[in-house]
Design a protein around this ligand. Structure first.
Ligand code: FAD
Length: 370
């Protein structure tokens, strides 16, 4: 006889792990199914920048809510939480002119930010190339190390009674649970958090993998203090170009620098593309010339789970009984994990979620298709 769980979470990236944590904390008897390594999917490829991304009201609301929930994890050593702040850099007068509106948009979502004039910009970050037009500093943004945290969240939940089905693929959703690839069946409501692999279990929810590449340098004396990011980054993230690069550099607490990043649709090969890597690095050198002197020790890629409108699917899957979803966060799944988990688990429990779920409900794409 198969045992029944109150909730079966499929996928233990940071989004699934946060859902397991939230469900276990609510007293649910939870099962978690992970076919690979806990935190080994997009979660392990991420830069770990916790960022209040403006440009889309629903996306910003989720980031802001989730950033506030990240505070609970900030003291966990495995999260390697470091509140370095973000510094958005204006490359032109036109970008500088957009700063007050961006600041107002952040403020409306409860996120503090300050405009920085060119003089202030170079006082904050002397290694920037000459000629930038100022920036926008978001002091509450932070950087973290997500894969270890995912592992610890699952380990904690298991200590509190959650059951882990590791190294086995969830093969098919059934009317009352899920069939595993090793022949076992689990019974109970299901929450699918499989990132870019979502269509394998829920083909009705469109999702594209959006490849991204990063480089990490060796350790050195600090060169930058903030997560530096070009103001055009959000345009690239929200855009639909087949392949694009944009500048962002992150100081790791151990002295390494993470250099990003690229976005590529329809690339299925996980191998690092050297032509895109060169474009990415040239862009980074344009912003911080001294980066040329740092030794890159590793480059890797990962696949962001991208929905057609860029917002995640959070909520009950229409047309399926007892099936829920939390997936499709593209380049913001680390930032948005705790908030997404809390919203979905609250809705599952019949509680009123802290944010209106309408913009994130999966039925939006099915309605659009109809
Ligand atoms: C280069 C890069 C940089 C990024 N930088 C940032 C950043 O700075 N800040 C930020 O907020 N976000 C960032 N992201 C985005 C972030 O990494 C993702 O949005 C997030 O990790 C998605 O988490 P997830 O748990 O949904 O998916 P994943 O981490 O991919 O986890 C899904 C899990 O499901 C498992 N799985 C899949 N199918 C099955 C199945 N059938 N049965 C069982 N298990 C299954 C997989 O093995 C995997 O472990 C970045 C992404 C990339 C690629």
């Amino acid at each position: 006889m198969t045992t029944r769980h109150d909730l079966i979470v499929i996928g233990a990236g940071l989004v699934g792990a946060a859902c397991v944590e939230a469900a276990a904390a609510a007293g649910l008897r939870v099962a978690v199914v992970e076919s690979g390594t806990i935190g080994g999917g997009a979660t392990s490829a991420a830069m770990g920048h916790l960022v209040a991304m403006d440009g889309d009201a629903a996306e910003l609301a989720l980031c802001a809510y989730s950033r506030s929930l990240w505070e609970r994890w900030a003291d966990r050593p495995e999260a390697e939480f470091h509140r370095c702040g973000s510094l958005w850099i204006a490359s032109s007068e036109e970008e500088r002119a957009r700063i007050p509106a961006r600041r107002a948009e952040l403020a409306a979502a409860g996120v503090d930010a300050e405009a920085v004039d060119p003089h202030g910009l170079y006082a904050l970050e002397p290694s920037l190339a000459a000629g930038f037009h100022g920036g926008l500093r978001v002091p509450g943004d932070a950087v973290v190390y997500p894969p270890r945290l995912a592992w610890h969240l699952i380990a904690d939940a298991c200590r509190d009674g959650a059951e882990l089905f590791a190294g086995v693929r969830a093969e098919q959703l059934t009317d009352d649970g899920v069939h595993l690839a090793d022949g076992r069946a689990l019974r109970g409501p299901v929450l699918v958090a499989t990132g870019a692999a979502l269509p394998e279990l829920l083909p009705e929810l469109p999702m594209r993998a959006r490849k991204g590449q990063l480089v990490v340098t060796d350790r050195h004396a600090p060169m930058v203090r903030h997560q530096l990011i070009e103001m055009g980054y959000a345009d690239a993230a929200h855009g639909s170009d087949a392949a694009s690069v944009s500048f962002n550099v992150q100081p790791r607490p151990n002295g390494q620098l993470l250099i990003g990043s690229s976005r590529e649709y329809d690339a299925t090969d996980a191998a690092v593309s050297s032509s895109l890597l060169q474009r990415m690095l040239r862009r980074a050198f344009d912003f911080v010339p001294a980066l040329r002197e740092r030794r890159a020790i590793r480059a890797w890629s990962g696949f962001r789970p991208a929905t057609p409108d860029g917002l995640p699917y959070l909520g009950a899957v229409p047309g399926r009984r007892g099936v829920w979803v939390a997936a499709g966060h593209e380049g913001l799944g680390i930032t948005a994990a705790p908030g997404s988990a809390r919203l979905v688990v609250d809705a599952f429990l019949g509680l009123r979620p802290a944010l209106d779920l309408a913009p994130y409900r999966p039925d939006r794409v099915l309605r659009a298709a109809a």
